[in-house]
Design a protein around this ligand. Structure first.
Ligand SMILES: [Zn+2]
Length: 390
């Protein structure tokens, strides 16, 4: 197997607390990283680096683990730019909303949907994302949800069935019948392509009992649970997530101290999506209170055409630091190792021997620049499984 030594790294973020001063980022200075095949083979100070077949000299730049974007809705057609403009200008916009995207998605060919996902995944990779979770949820019929997940599975192993994004328009008068569809024929149809099941547990969408029923049906079919919770108000989503042992409760914008204790004790990751608050001009979640309560926090984009159409993890890191008062080190950890925890992945999110060689070389001497220089394209080169992908 060919070995490649990534050498002359000014600052290496490993997320392995055995390195550096014992802090979670596991920072090494004047470091090197050896890759063999798709795995990390060695990490340490460069003066101790082993011999390798080839070298890549990064000239003192910082190297960070690849971002793990654990929450994205990429299978859709069309966009909602006019709705966004109206929201920003404080104008009413009656034609907007998720139904617009559902209609456009249903009317698209598989090739058009796959082309849109390919475009967005490439955009993410150029910004340092090496793992992305992709949800369905704009089909809301058996065949449209199944093909949405078949498309998603072409791009990632982290596929999530979100038939319970909203009650499909055809079932507006009979939500119970829609839940029967979501937990019955639709679940059967998506099962070959889905690893996760998700539900939008919110007033106006699905309540706690409905969410329990949907996630239980998914679990019986072998899918693991994650939840859209407490985005629009105080609600039961976090409680349901903790009760059933979901991997992650996502959004967590409105929380009580009990919610935070519950998350900390159950080990459910709180995935914060600050691009949504930015793009909807809404109050941000209280990341400081979560960290103080001992909650594991992840950061993700929630890339979707309605509430947040960014694909940029560097933007989310900058927002987490500026708007949620996370330390730059906390934000980077949450965007990498935290995302891996939200997806229950042990092979990514850290740069340790034996794990997948997913990392980015920054056009900067320190990871701090991700928040310090917001909006600047600082991702210089991206490697996934040891391969240069962007
Ligand atoms: Zn979402």
């Amino acid at each position: 197997m060919v070995s490649v030594l990534v050498d002359n790294i000014g600052e290496l973020v490993t997320n392995d607390a055995q390195h550096g001063d014992g802090a979670p980022l596991g920072l090494l200075r004047d470091a090197a990283l050896m890759v063999e095949g798709d795995r990390v083979a060695w990490v340490g100070e460069r003066r101790f680096a082993p011999a390798a077949d080839t070298h890549v000299d990064v000239a003192g730049a910082a190297v960070i683990p690849g971002f793990v974007d654990s929450h994205a809705h990429l299978v859709f057609a069309g966009d909602r730019a006019q709705e966004f403009a109206a929201r920003m200008e404080g104008r009413a916009y009656s034609a907007g909303g998720i139904q617009t995207t559902v209609a456009a998605t249903r009317a698209s060919s598989d090739e058009m949907l796959a082309g849109n996902v390919a475009r967005l995944v490439a955009e993410m990779q150029r910004q340092g994302t090496t793992t992305v979770e992709i949800k369905s949820g704009y089909g809301l019929t058996v065949s449209d949800e199944a093909r949405s997940l078949a498309v998603a599975a072409q791009f990632t192993d982290e596929t999530t069935y979100l038939g319970a994004h909203m009650v499909a328009p055809e079932y507006a008068d009979d939500p119970a019948a829609y839940i029967d569809l979501v937990t019955g024929p639709m679940l059967d149809a998506v099962r070959p392509y889905a690893r996760w099941i998700d539900v939008f547990c919110e007033r106006g969408a699905f309540d706690a009992d409905q969410a329990r029923a949907i996630l239980a049906a998914g679990a019986a079919a072998g899918l693991h649970a994650r939840i859209h919770a407490n985005q629009l108000g105080h609600g039961p989503g976090i409680g349901v997530a903790c009760e059933i042992g979901a991997a992650s409760a996502d959004h967590c914008t409105f929380t009580t101290p009990d919610d935070l204790d519950n998350l900390a004790q159950s080990g459910v990751v709180a995935t914060l999506l600050p691009g949504v608050e930015f793009s909807t001009r809404s109050p941000y979640p209280d990341a400081r209170a979560m960290i103080a309560a001992g909650v594991t926090v992840a950061l993700a984009t929630d890339c979707n055409p309605g509430s947040c159409y960014t694909s940029s993890m560097p933007l989310c890191v900058a927002l987490a630091v500026r708007e949620m008062r996370m330390a730059p080190a906390e934000a980077l950890w949450s965007a990498t190792a935290g995302g891996a925890k939200a997806l229950r992945r042990e092979d990514i999110g850290r740069l340790e021997v034996g794990l997948r060689a997913d990392f980015s070389v920054l056009a900067a001497p320190s990871y701090v620049h991700l928040a310090y220089r917001p909006g600047v394209p600082l991702i210089h080169a991206v490697y996934r499984g040891g391969q240069h992908i962007a």
